[in-house]
Design a protein around this ligand. Structure first.
Ligand code: SF4
Length: 81
């Protein structure tokens, strides 16, 4: 699971928005990545590639980030606004 969903910076983080775009998941409202100000440090992203029948699937998760600040439920609260 992507650690960003419980990070204080999720709603203004450039890397999180890029991951969200790859997942085709949108918070409400979804910001334009060019408007985001927060540039996190030392981000490690895990990419899983799998095949199902003849389709290739990818999944992207931030698994480590030096800028992470715990805010449990940040993703859930962002989609309820
Ligand atoms: S964990 Fe890092 S990459 Fe993810 S939202 Fe927080 S600051 Fe951004």
């Amino acid at each position: 699971m992507c650690i960003c969903v419980n990070c204080h910076y999720m709603s203004r983080c450039k890397i999180y928005q890029a991951i969200e775009d790859l997942h085709l998941v949108k918070t409400n409202p979804s910001p334009n990545i060019l408007d985001l100000q927060f540039d996190p440090r030392k981000v490690q992203i895990n990419v899983r590639v799998s095949t199902e029948e003849e389709q290739i699937n990818t999944d992207w998760d931030v698994i480590q980030c030096s800028s992470f600040v715990t805010d449990i439920g940040k993703f859930t609260s962002s989609i309820q606004k």
